[in-house]
Design a protein around this ligand. Sequence first.
Ligand code: ADP
Length: 651
Amino acid sequence: MAKETREFQAETKQLLDLMINSIYTNKEIFLRELISNASDAIDKVHFEGLTNHDILEGDEDFEIFLVPDKESHTLTISDNGIGMTRDEVIENIGTIAKSGTKAFLEQLKQAKESNSDITDKELIGQFGVGFYSAFMVAEKVTIVTRKAGEKEAVRWESNGDGSYSIEECEKEKRGTSVIITLKKDFYGDSADADFTENYRLQSLVKKYSDYVRYPIKMNFEIEETPKDEEGKPIEGAEKIKRTEVRTLNSMQPLWTKNKSDLKDEDYNEFFKNQFHEWENPMEVFHTKAEGNVEYTSLLCIPAHAPFNLYHTDYEPGLQLYSRHVFIMDKCKDLLPDYLRFMKGLVDSPDLSLNISRELLQQSKELKDIGRALEKNILKTLERNMKNKREDYEKFWNEYGKSLKIGVYNSMYSGSDTIDKLKNLLLFLTSKEGKLVSLKEYVERMPESQKKIYYATAKDKETIENLPQMELLREKGIEVLYLLDPVDEFCIETIREYEGKQFHSISRGDLDLDDAESQEVKKETEELAKSNDDLMKDIKETLGDKVSEVKLSNRLKSSAVCLVADEQGPSLSMEQTFAEMDNPMFKAKRILEINPKHELFGRLQSLHAANKEGQDFKDYCDLLYTQALIIEGILPENPVEFANKVAKLMAK
Ligand code: ADP
């Protein structure tokens, strides 16, 4: 096929721009990223080779080679890994196949424009732009690659300016060479960082890629004085030059080392290298277990949740090794889905290399390991919540949603998930404005309070302005703020905590037990009896819009509010379902009218004067629409609403 020039996908272009113009100072990490890609590619061919030996073409000396060239100011990173076909190059290098990329880039642009304190590193970290990091130092990047088992090789080239060329070529060895033509800041004596300098490269490999499982090699030109038979240098002899191949990394898998011999930096570098992380993890778990199943695991909670954590194309899972041989990359079945953000690996001699990945994922050994890991992670989280609250809150802000979805999904995974997770949940509440656990909430409940109250809305301010909040605030009752649509589903799945039921302040009766509330309740019931006709006629006027109209004992200064009945979805759940294009779930709307409000008297007199009259009907309608607006729901017919208000104002 002839040489062809193609455009990068629009999102890739944007990302490239971001990389090239990045103010990210630590540009040297491009080397770590490319080495890590090379090592992944060798893992793949290594594993394939276990069952399909021919694919190795007789070359089993897996290695990564660095070739700096001062003359052409290039740096080449070569591997004899799996390589790529033409289609794979186009697919992997030219496009970003992650859903939500567009939205992410948009968010990124906004974050930058608003000058928020998110750093480039954090943003890039959420995305993981491994290969593209080469463009931070490259004027041009060339890839020459041949897929293992294929004859044709491919040459890809780009200046990072929006397009790339691709053509067929020859390549003797399988695998990939990435040739970076360096920008002038990155070579030569006057450069800040010279990436054609052997010793610099050597120290970068030591720093970032020491634990890569395959040798990273480089040629060193050595000048030395010849030696005599006894190995002593011959005096006065002319120096001879020779080339020595040196392996730059120690290659000992980090997880096989003793914990006591490892420092935080060791772990940090390891995770960046092995899992394409850009920042130090927030928590590391290194366990060795001997017992029924023997294994070593090295896991971490990354500093930030990837932007696509909840998209369907996010692939959770841990790496699996058996006696340090890589078996698979994303083993999903080790950890429950609510720990989908965990990264890391498990190495166990008890895992068989000879069975299919599908069978392996269902093996008893793997299940046992998974259960032990889960237990350990949850224990640590609980401990952090108690002893390192600030760290835990950071964790919660990144990954809390995952646990809440986990609780909700316990409908499928089993109710023990609720018991495992309920003590890890945090919510903002009407007290103090900080995150509170359910335990903390219950511990400070006054004795007369029988239920755990919660309110739902998109933000704190909306909740604080809800008419239903007024009474609870006055009584000093703490209310949980559920600000994410998943929160209410989560809470409703838990149903109760330490024998206390959850109760939405926008649902059913408030069930307040104190003497004053009981008194008000009685009064309202009395009033309701004498206003029965009025309530019926309002209901009739509103028709199907509401299922019931009644007098309220929860309102103070507001005239009306809308609540849902005890069973069935709440109003905010209804909104969530509607946003998901699932309008089947409708809340049963109950319109509550405040008998203490002056409007109530007006309503009574309008009704007494002419219950068939337009004025009474307009009032009913306006009251209902007001209640909707308070709940953040737009009236079905805003123009009609505005006209009615205008008419009333003109009177
Ligand atoms: P990531 O490594 O996070 O998937 P990259 O942008 O670094 O993202 O790489 C994109 C894809 O390109 C990789 O997933 C891999 O399939 C392919 N790739 C990159 N480098 C190599 C290589 N040296 N050998 C084979 N495939 C590679």
